[in-house]
Write a protein that binds this ligand. Structure first.
Ligand SMILES: [Cu+2]
Length: 72
């Protein structure tokens, strides 16, 4: 498993975090470790999915994800 830290622009509240979490949980091979307002940490099996795919899922529900820590 690999770990991906995402910084997610456009998240403002727990409802946003819940939407991001739900979307990422739908990705085969991904395990959501933590979702907070503005960031997410996901473990994933690189045989089944990729960082680019996970970023695409977050972007697909209306946020803007990029690799890195929220405060980094
Ligand atoms: Cu919100």
């Amino acid at each position: 498993m690999e770990t991906l830290n995402l910084s997610n622009q456009g998240m403002h509240c727990a409802g946003c975090a819940a939407r991001v979490s739900a979307a990422l949980k739908g990705v085969v091979g991904a395990k959501v470790e933590e979702v907070a307002v503005g960031s997410a940490r996901i473990s994933f099996d690189p045989q089944k999915t990729s960082a680019a795919a996970l970023i695409g899922v977050v972007d697909g529900i209306g946020f803007k994800a990029s690799v890195g820590q929220a405060n980094g």
